[in-house]
Structures are given as C-alpha cells and as structure tokens.
Design a protein around this ligand. Structure first.
Ligand SMILES: [Zn+2]
Length: 134
C-alpha cells in the first residue's frame, strides 16, 4: 500500500479551523480573507498575520498552484504514513503556501503546475493533496 491509499488518523480541529475542515467534506479548499487589509492567508488562524484584525472571512481556492519545494520522505513520522512519499510546499494561485503531498516519488521540479485533489480521512474529512497538471 502506498501513501495515497493509506487512511490517515484524523487531525484535531478547533473552533478556528472547524469551518475549514467542514468544507473539506465537500472537497472545497477554503482560505481566510481579511476584511481589513485584503490579505488571503492559510492555514486558518484567529487573527490576520498581516494586520492582526480578527474579522476574517472565507473564500474558496481555485485549486491550482505550483510546486515551491519538495522532498522524498523515506522514514515514517508515525502511524498512517507509508514512506516513501513526496512532501511538498505548493504555492496556490491566491498566494498562500500549503504543506502537502504529491503522488509517487518524483522527480518534480519547482515551479511545476499542480492541481488540487483530495485524500480521505477516517472520519469523512479530507486532506488537500496535489497532482501535476501536465
Ligand atoms: Zn489583515
């Protein structure tokens, strides 16, 4: 079984991240939008990291981006991880960077276009993962 088929343990959620997690059940990737300074941020936080405003809304990401950095993980960090797998930073078209995975074991190149797919968790939520567009 490879990492793409492994059912991972479900990460915890809290009042700040709960709307984000609920959207993953519908395969929607949400980003926070600051009403005060217009910054778009990820991951979800209780304040804007640019201006510390607390009035944050949600917007749906287009689901496309490019590889910012990637590496092959060869040792399991814990249950539910089945190396080797590719850990990557993906810069979304909206600007924020996600830590995610890519299929297989590469090679990939920085700047390579990728598109959002989803990986199921044991409780119905999903993790955003990406695959090459080309
Ligand atoms: Zn702000």
């Amino acid at each position: 079984m490879n990492a793409d088929e492994t059912i991972m343990p479900a990460p915890p959620q809290d009042p700040v991240t709960e709307p984000w997690w609920q959207a993953t059940r519908e395969r929607r990737l949400l980003l926070q939008h600051c009403a005060s300074c217009e910054r778009v941020q990820y991951p979800p936080r209780s304040v804007c990291t640019a201006c510390v405003a607390t009035e944050l809304g949600w917007q749906e990401a287009a689901g496309i981006g490019e590889i910012d950095a990637w590496t092959v993980v060869r040792r399991s960090p814990g249950p539910g991880f089945d190396p080797p797998y590719v850990l990557a930073r993906v810069r979304l078209a909206e600007g924020p960077v996600l830590l995610t995975t890519l299929p297989g074991s590469g090679p990939y190149r920085c700047g390579q276009p990728v598109a959002l797919t989803w990986r199921p968790l044991s409780d119905g939520r999903r993790l955003p993962v990406f695959a090459p567009l080309e």
